[in-house]
Design a protein around this ligand. Sequence first.
Ligand SMILES: NC(=O)c1ccc[n+]([C@@H]2O[C@H](COP(=O)([O-])OP(=O)(O)OC[C@H]3O[C@@H](n4cnc5c(N)ncnc54)[C@H](O)[C@@H]3O)[C@@H](O)[C@H]2O)c1
Length: 357
Amino acid sequence: MTNATMTEPKSNRTAATDTGAILVSGAGGEMGHALLAALAHRFKGQREIIGMDVRELSQDRAAHTSASYACDVSDAAAIDAIALKHDVSEVWHLAALLSTRGEKNPELALKVNVMGSANLLKLAADSATRRGSAVKFLFPSTIAVYGVPTLALKRAAGRVTEDQCLEPITMYGVNKRAVEEMGRYYARHYRLLAADRAECTVDFRSIRFPGIISADTVPTGGTSDYGPEMLHSAAQGKAYACFVRPDARIPFMTMPDAVRSLMELADAPREKLSRLVYNVSAFAPSAEEIAAKVREFFPTATMSYAPTIERQRIVDSWPEDCDDSAARRDWNWKPQHDFNRAFAEYLVPKIRARYGC
Ligand SMILES: NC(=O)c1ccc[n+]([C@@H]2O[C@H](COP(=O)([O-])OP(=O)(O)OC[C@H]3O[C@@H](n4cnc5c(N)ncnc54)[C@H](O)[C@@H]3O)[C@@H](O)[C@H]2O)c1
């Protein structure tokens, strides 16, 4: 995804003036938990917030919404029914099957991750036409879109830019890359010949996230889960066997930084954005460095290594870190938490409070 073109949608509504509904898919997941709270804090009472997930939302999450739906994002008829009921002006499309789960059932991943995204992009495009203005579409992509063929090349590549090493080895990575391209199509080419196109398109904005660590939720189904699992296990006094080698290195970020980055990208004036898809980066420790950091706070933690071939192979294909200079330049991205602050100021205090340790 390269530079902006003349055919991109004009973002003629700001967060302050837009009164349309905000639709959040995957609202029952880890990021959904933090994002719903952040959106409700900012917009509750001013805009409809619609939560959607294949599972019924828990009461505390539903409390942040004005309506919630238990529905499968790959079910086009169900998505159409939601679209008819609400005047949607922003879609935050979080629903996905993550990397490890996706490799267990690649066909289901394809259906949910690609067809589900296609349904929501179409909802956004139809809603833009109805409203006569661009609909924002926020899409959390992932470092799984990258694929580095060997460990030697991974080390040589270092911090990859958005346009390097795009040969993913997982169905999840392939799916996310496909959706980035579908987003580019809807933003730049959909209904190109229609006279009203400039106002009636999808304002697609995406971030390729590293592994995300939350103090409030424990992840499932992802291949970066060893980072948060080490910490949550140590805090609960449980032994942990890490599923990758000590030297495995990929980037990570805290959940508050991840949610803030998406909200900042959503707020950025379209004309400042030179790309549709951005890297963001915060810290990139090896598994061994995460274990050492966890032991600083939980010295009796029992941690060992039992790498599994499948998950190690996936982590080895992901870059050691990402070059996020475009995000820093275009919308002033800067993480609040580096490695030390993430543990000292966010993860450990909240996790101690959560587990009473
Ligand atoms: N957590 C991370 O480390 C990480 C890193 C990079 C990108 N992301 C992306 O961020 C987004 C949110 O991730 P998360 O960590 O909250 O994952 P999660 O697995 O906790 O949440 C995903 C949610 O999607 C829902 N879902 C699954 N299939 C669905 C379907 N068919 N219809 C409707 N809902 C469905 C699940 O029930 C779940 O609540 C995902 O798109 C993910 O790819 C996450």
